[in-house]
Design a protein around this ligand. Structure first.
Ligand code: XMP
Length: 508
């Protein structure tokens, strides 16, 4: 398989570079600049990209890598800091720019190997305070702006290229074309990596690795565990045992759907545990959000442990780890890999030999594509993020079955109407929250005293920050009417217009 290696110099767009390369059907991985040369060499890259980063090449401790990388004889593209690093290392000159460039800038290109397919003048995204004042010997300038004499440079003989702007950012109008030129014209890559191949190769590899051994997977109803399990099931069928713990805190019909899709339709070896009563008993009277989370986490482990004991020792335990959880950050001081357990604590209660992570090389949207390729239904593949503690943190204050049912019905109406209005793709996450406050209303001649339901809809890319979604008033009106008319127990509907920060996405 042809592979591109991206060296992370601490840039904020690192994952975007990888996404753009993969969109061109070329496989790539990211390594931090702190990775030693042996590791870089062992990767056996067909091309290397140096990312941007927040540093100046003159700063003490500025990111750098072994010069031996230039002896690997593979094409190199430096982006922003990556290009400055190339210039600095290869004998050019980097200075503080008299005027920093930030945002959209017009770059004038001359025809070069890297730039031949670009317009003479094109809008590019810049973000730099240093610039190259003199290119190293053998390099030609093939792009400049008014304030930046070297916006693009190349040394065709040595196969080394650099751009000061960010081709991976969509504001760079011809950025994708530039990366395409680098990957295909310059590096001669074929672009033959795709999800279909990934599925076939993974299934083959999983069969080989697992042989006739047993695999255990905690199925949560979420995208990652669903896709991981389906991939393994395709490879080894009934040797995969899935345990699904229904804590009674899922959305309307979700638990039934897991059993239907995986147990009935696909014939998984599925152990579905109805633990609703247990969870609700333990949560009785608990109001504090962190206490709820802790109880749910502990109880989940306990239920799972009981099942695992019945199943006995297995050879592998599946984790739904995906690539963003694995990427080591270039700005980190060491090579610490974030350890991510989407079912935290499980490994300590299951007897197994090895963890298996079939999705660890994929980004979230690639995981969804794999799910689609495996024929999983849209409602599982496109499922919005859903917190592990489920509706327990969307029923404010103490939790009862009655409140959960009210919330489930209202949430279902909200989600259905958003889909009907065609807004389900643009709103990142949307759900209902049952507040702990009851208010007075009137129906016919009767006074009512019912709960206030809050609707939350946010736009976001990663959940770290978010804005409230501008849902049209007429859609909100329809939702409010439907909920008040159909869900007994809700007497008032409000819409949450708080961004994150200062609020969080969930209410608890
Ligand atoms: P907050 O509320 O912190 O949420 O702004 C950010 C994103 O994370 C989800 N979330 C959770 N996911 N376990 C999870 O797996 C949790 O305990 C949890 N709490 C919040 C939330 O839905 C949002 O997408």
């Amino acid at each position: 398989m042809q592979k591109v290696l991206i060296i992370d110099f601490g840039g904020q767009y690192i994952q975007l570079i990888a996404r753009v390369v993969r969109e061109h059907n070329v496989y790539c991985e990211i390594l931090p600049w702190t990775a030693d040369f042996e590791r870089i060499k062992a990767f056996n890259a067909d091309a290397i990209i140096f990312s941007g980063g927040p540093h100046s090449v003159y700063e003490e401790g500025a990111p750098k890598i072994s010069d031996k990388v230039f002896e690997l004889n593979v094409p190199i593209l430096g982006i922003c800091y990556g290009m400055q690093y190339l210039a600095h290392t290869l004998g050019g000159k980097v200075d503080t720019a008299p005027v920093s460039e930030y945002g959209k800038q017009t770059v004038k290109f001359t025809k070069g190997r890297l730039t031949h397919a670009l317009s003479k003048s094109s809008v590019c995204w810049m973000s730099h305070t240093d610039y190259i004042s003199q290119v190293p010997n053998g390099f030609t300038v093939v792009g400049k702006t008014e304030g930046c004499p070297v916006a693009a440079m190349e040394n065709v003989d040595k196969n080394i290229y650099g751009v000061q702007f960010h081709p991976e950012v969509k504001h760079t109008v011809e950025g994708r074309q530039l990366i395409k030129t680098f990957l295909f014209d310059i590096c001669g890559l074929k672009g033959d990596w795709n999800i279909g191949n990934f599925v076939n190769e993974s299934v083959e590899a999983l069969r080989k690795k697992i042989g006739n051994k047993r695999v255990l997977c905690a199925l949560s109803g979420g995208v990652d565990s669903a896709v991981a399990a389906t991939l393994i099931h395709k490879a080894v069928g009934k040797q995969l045992i899935c345990v699904f713990v229904d804590h009674g805190l899922m959305r309307k019909d979700e638990a039934k759907e897991v059993v239907r899709v995986f147990g009935e339709e696909r014939g998984f070896n599925l152990v579905a545990v109805n633990a609703e009563e247990r969870f609700l008993n333990r949560l009785k009277g608990v109001e504090e959000p962190e206490a709820k989370r802790k109880i749910i986490g502990e109880e989940f482990i306990r239920v799972f442990e009981e099942q695992a004991k019945k199943i006995g020792t297995v050879d592998f335990l599946v984790q739904g780890t995906i690539y963003p959880d694995v990427i080591e950050s270039g700005s980190a001081t060491g090579d610490t890999i974030k350890s991510h357990h989407n079912v935290g604590g499980l490994p300590s209660v299951v007897q197994f030999d090895e963890i298996i992570e079939p999705l660890r090389d994929l980004f979230k949207d690639e995981v969804r594509e794999v799910g689609r390729a495996l024929g999983l239904p849209d409602h599982i593949v496109d499922r919005q993020p859903f917190p592990g503690p489920g509706l327990a943190i969307r029923v404010i204050g103490d939790i009862t079955k009655e409140k959960l049912d009210i919330l489930r019905d209202a949430d279902y109406i909200f989600r259905s109407e958003i889909a009907k209005a065609g807004l389900d793709k643009e709103i990142w996450q949307y759900f209902a929250v049952l507040t702990n406050s009851r208010t007075v209303g009137v129906i016919g001649d009767h006074r009512t005293y019912r709960y206030t339901l809050a609707l939350r809809g946010v736009t976001s890319t990663d959940g770290m920050t978010a804005d409230w979604a501008r849902i049209p008033f007429d859609v909100l009106e329809t939702i409010s009417n439907h909920i008040c008319n159909n869900v007994k127990g809700v007497g008032r509907v409000v819409y949450d217009i708080t961004a994150k920060p200062p609020a969080t996405i969930e209410w608890e």
